[in-house]
Structure formats: structure tokens, C-alpha cells
Design a protein around this ligand. Structure first.
Ligand SMILES: Nc1ncnc2c1ncn2[C@@H]1O[C@H](COP(=O)(O)OP(=O)(O)OP(=O)(O)O)[C@@H](O)[C@H]1O
Ligand SMILES: [Mg+2]
Length: 240
């Protein structure tokens, strides 16, 4: 589904991503963890076509998409829920959702209506607030909206950057099962997550990034048991 080889991202002289290889298979649920500034967001922005990679190759759904712009990536089936959610605060929940379907408007209106029903079923809190301005939603509800908006492009791969940012555990206990259910239906998911314990428990495979590089990858259960991960991210020094 997605395959990165030697991907680099630079901002002027700052090298945020220094040659990353990463894959997400069809139907796979893959995590990326790592400390602040490791380059996770920069990598996701390269994948989604928001920044142009300074080097390397990105293949998606059978095509070389290196350097393609974000709108083309959406049309090809990649949806990104960006760090900080970026919902349109002064628009209603409904209008935010409609914006998510923009690549399909006029070409697949019955499909959009069906997907709208589906995402509102996944997130009943959004259904109750459909005419409310997105800026008045709680952080958790905004994250639900950002995910729902992404789903309305009917993606093959959903990329989520920092699902848990600023959210209470109670909300996360609502959100993670939705992702698991979507993945079981066949959606490929790439999840960047600071709360490593959550990410490692829901994903099948995990990459650990440090200083722009992947320092460890493997089955999530194996990564979770690695002393470096226990030490740095799971706060269980003694267990290591
Ligand atoms: N637009 C930018 N211009 C210049 N430098 C940037 C820019 N965005 C990120 N960086 C730098 O690139 C490096 C990687 O940042 P990035 O946001 O990708 O990391 P991250 O792993 O997502 O961190 P966090 O966990 O805090 O979200 C950092 O040193 C950061 O300061
Ligand atoms: Mg980030």
C-alpha cells in the first residue's frame, strides 16, 4: 500500500528526516512512535504530499508518488488527520464533513451520503452536534471530526498524526476502538502517537524514530518488550 525508501525531509539546513524506510501493507495497522522532534510529523507531511521530500522515494498504491501534492494524494486514496486536527472552526460539523468529501462531490453523491451516515454512526457525538460550529466542540470531538472528515474521502490509507494529543484517557478509550474496527474492515492505518503504550497495544507493527531515523522496528509486542522502548517511552526502567 505504502512504501518509503530513503526518505529525507529538510527545512533549510535542518534535516528533520534522514533516510527513512517504512512500509504499510494493505489492511495493516502500523504505528510510529518517538520523542519530541524525532521527525514523525515531517515524515507524515512528506507522505501526504504537504512537503516535498529532499530525497528518497515514496510509493503508494502501486505508483511512484514522490513529490506529489496533497490534493493528488487525497484523490489517490490517502487521507491525513494532521497534528492539531485543523478542523475549520467557523464552519459547522456538517460543512467540515462535506469538505472531506470534496474529491467525490458530483461524481459519487450517493456514496458520500452513505459514508456520511456511516461516520455519524461511528461517532454519535458528531451526529448530535451536526449543525454546531466545529470551534465549539471539545478537543476529543474535534479529533472525531478530523477522523470522520478524513474518512469521507473514502481513503485506502488513513494517516493520523498524534491521535491522543491533549485528550483525556476516557476519550481515547472511545477513539482507539473505532480505529481498530475500521482496520478490521480493511482500512490501512498509519498512526503516529506519543502515547507509546496506546500505539503499541493497538497496532500490529511499530517503528521507533529518533533524530530523523528509524532506530527500531518490528511487531508491536516485540517493540514493546525492547529495553530501549521500555526505558524511553513506557517509563518502566526497572522492568528493563
Ligand atoms: N516548518 C519547519 N521549519 C523548520 N524546522 C522544522 C519545521 N517543522 C519541523 N521542524 C524541525 O524538524 C524537526 C522534526 O520535527 P517534527 O515536527 O517532524 O517532529 P515530531 O517527531 O513530529 O515531534 P513532536 O513529537 O513534537 O510532534 C524538529 O527539529 C523541528 O524543530
Ligand atoms: Mg509531530
Amino acid at each position: 500500500m505504502l512504501s518509503l525508501s530513503g526518505v529525507r525531509v529538510a527545512y533549510g539546513r535542518i534535516e528533520a528526516v534522514r533516510g527513512v524506510d517504512l512500509t504499510v501493507g494493505a489492511g495493516e495497522f502500523v504505528g510510529v512512535v518517538g520523542s519530541n522532534g524525532a521527525g514523525k510529523t515531517s515524515l507524515m507531511r512528506a507522505i501526504a504530499g504537504v512537503v516535498r521530500p529532499a530525497g528518497g522515494t515514496i510509493r503508494f498504491d502501486g505508483a511512484d508518488v514522490t513529490g506529489r501534492k496533497s490534493h493528488e494524494m487525497v484523490a489517490r486514496g490517502l487521507a491525513m488527520v494532521p497534528e492539531g486536527r485543523m478542523v475549520f472552526a467557523d464552519q459547522t460539523v456538517r460543512d467540515n464533513l462535506i469538505l472531506g468529501s470534496y474529491t467525490r462531490i458530483g461524481r459519487d453523491d450517493p456514496g458520500i451520503a452513505a459514508d456520511m451516515d456511516k461516520v455519524l454512526g461511528l461517532f454519535p457525538r458528531l451526529a448530535e452536534r451536526i449543525d454546531q460550529l466545529a470551534g465549539t466542540l471539545s478537543g476529543g470531538e474535534q479529533q472525531m471530526l478530523a477522523i470522520a472528515r478524513g474518512l469521507l474521502s473514502r481513503p485506502k490509507l488513513l494517516v493520523i498524526d498524534e491521535l491522543s494529543l491533549g485528550l483525556a484517557p476516557k476519550i481515547l478509550d472511545l477513539l482507539f476502538p473505532v480505529l481498530t474496527a475500521l482496520n478490521r474492515e480493511g482500512l490501512s492505518i498509519l498512526l503516529v502517537e506519543q502515547m507509546a503504550s496506546y500505539a503499541l497495544s493497538v497496532t500490529a507493527r511499530t517503528y521507533v524514530m529518533e533524530n530523523g531515523r528509524v532506530i527500531l522496528e518490528g511487531a508491536s509486542a516485540q517493540v514493546a518488550a525492547d529495553p530501549r522502548v521500555l526505558d524511553a517511552y513506557l517509563g518502566r526502567r526497572d522492568a528493563a
